[in-house]
Write a protein that binds this ligand. Structure first.
Ligand SMILES: Cc1cc2nc3c(=O)[nH]c(=O)nc-3n(C[C@H](O)[C@H](O)[C@H](O)COP(=O)(O)OP(=O)(O)OC[C@H]3O[C@@H](n4cnc5c(N)ncnc54)[C@H](O)[C@@H]3O)c2cc1C
Length: 424
């Protein structure tokens, strides 16, 4: 079988793969991006129909191109985001080969580089960049047995309210996905119960600026590690309906029932932790801390911005927060479907190299892995809080491409002295 050779092989043609291609190209590194489906496939087929970007178009993009024909302060829909990356790839003339799956990557024995087996042949490369996504495999706890008379899907498979059987819906997880899906379902006339755990919920906007701007100027997107105790705290934001603060009290006022974390299921009854008031209080503290820091920033920098006292007013606690529901008979509540908005894990089974720690997680610093020549991009907190987001991955990809270019310079170096000796 003929073997194709390339300096750098990038696996995955989402935004991370496109960003890698731009920076590798700028460094003059010959490379190839392999994508098993289409460019930015997950934006097209692993999201619900109404999803819009969580950040406005001026922010959730790469520096090299604006969203064509789009109000910079509006939130692009998922198809517009995917189209943006297709256009971007064209603009930079990215060598992306679609419809090719990488089945395995192994280090070569006794010689440099790696061999990739793909669905269309064998490729050898000196460097391999894994750009296969931060959110690959849906995960949800096995709390409700499959035999229970309910439709159970992950948020990854949710498309729209019509997809669900008639009846009430339980949404487990109240981060960006869970909160947006629950709100859409409640607005569509479904009775929704939303299981809420600890969360951060920044204000959508404050004093005339979107939260993405505030988090930017306050240095929050550049935080290098999560704060102590906040490693798994979900981030509840939404660009839906033109962009509103995720406010669980507002959800309750719409008729939604809020419960704490979903803990177990027995004989048709779901049980929840009693921590809902604490989770709501945690979210409020996070929300108010952003307002406080924003005020301090505006004052320190003498910014002439309108004040926004209404942002500090909270709705009254509904009964379900004051007196948390600890158990729910699913049939009695009329619940016919459960949506697990409980996150994702990664699958690197194809990457058979020494780049993982004891827990099986990528072992790297800023994407440079413990296996020389293997790199990761797009992972949450790869270098900073923004790493898995559109604008953040572009900066991480630059660092990784620069690292590859530097290594390449070493590999290409020939000592002048030895050249002379050979000549002599
Ligand atoms: C619901 C949701 C909403 C989000 N909203 C936003 C937002 O508004 N703004 C924002 O900045 N971020 C958002 N994100 C986060 C992030 O931007 C997306 O997850 C984005 O898709 C990540 O891009 P990526 O290129 O790193 O990975 P992916 O988009 O997952 O791309 C990886 C690609 O690799 C391909 N692939 C995987 N394995 C192989 C293989 N073995 N061989 C070949 N190809 C392979 C896949 O087909 C895929 O196309 C959101 C995430 C989710 C889940």
């Amino acid at each position: 079988m003929p073997v194709e050779k390339i300096n750098t092989l990038v696996v995955g043609g989402g935004q991370a793969g496109v960003a890698m291609s731009e920076h590798l190209g700028n460094n003059g590194i010959p490379h190839l991006v392999l994508e098993r489906d289409r460019i930015a496939e997950r934006w097209r087929t692993a999201r619900w129909d109404s999803l819009v970007a969580n950040g406005p178009a001026w922010h959730d993009r790469f520096p090299g191109m604006e969203f064509p024909d789009f109000d910079p302060d509006a939130f692009p829909g998922k198809e517009a985001v995917a189209d943006y990356f297709v256009e971007y790839a064209k603009k930079i003339d990215a060598p992306i080969r679609c419809g090719v799956e990488v089945k395995s990557v192994r280090r070569n024995e006794g010689r440099a580089g790696f061999t990739a087996l793909t669905s269309q042949g064998v490729i050898e490369a000196q460097h391999v960049v894994a750009a296969t996504g931060p959110f690959q495999k849906p995960v949800f706890p096995e709390i409700i047995p499959a035999e229970a008379d309910l439709m159970q899907i992950h948020s990854n498979a949710y498309r729209n309210p019509d997809q669900l059987p008639a009846g009430a819906v339980m949404v487990v997880g109240a981060g960006a996905s869970g909160a947006q899906i629950a709100e859409e379902l409640q607005q569509s006339g479904r009775q929704v119960t939303l299981s809420v755990g600890p969360h951060d919920r920044p204000p959508r906007s404050y004093r005339g600026r979107d939260f993405v701007w505030w988090l930017g100027v306050l240095g929050k997107w550049d935080m290098q590690t999560p704060g102590p105790g906040t490693e798994h705290v979900t981030f509840a934001v939404s660009g839906a309906n033109g962009g509103n603060t995720v406010d669980y009290r507002r959800f309750a006022a719409m008729g939604m029932t809020l419960v704490g974390r979903t803990e177990n299921y027995e004989n048709g009854t779901l049980r929840f932790s009693g921590e809902l008031p604490n989770s709501i209080a945690h979210g409020d503290r996070n929300y108010l801390s952003v307002l406080d820091e924003a005020d301090a920033y505006a004052e320190r920098n003498g910014l002439d911005m309108p004040t926004d006292p209404a942002a500090r007013q909270m709705l009254e606690d509904p009964d379900c927060i004051r007196d948390p529901i600890r158990a729910l008979d699913i049939a009695a509540a009329g619940i016919t479907s459960v949506i697990w908005a409980t996150g994702y894990t990664q699958d690197y089974s194809w990457l058979q190299v020494d780049a993982f720690n004891d827990a099986g997680k990528p072992d790297h610093r800023r994407g440079v892995s413990t296996e020389p020549g293997v790199y990761f991009v797009g992972l949450p907190w790869l270098s900073r809080r923004g790493s898995s987001f559109i604008w953040g991955v572009w900066h991480d990809a630059k660092f990784v491409a620069d690292h590859i270019a530097t290594q390449q310079t070493y590999l290409e170096y020939t000592p002048a002295a030895s050249a002379q000796t050979i000549d002599a």
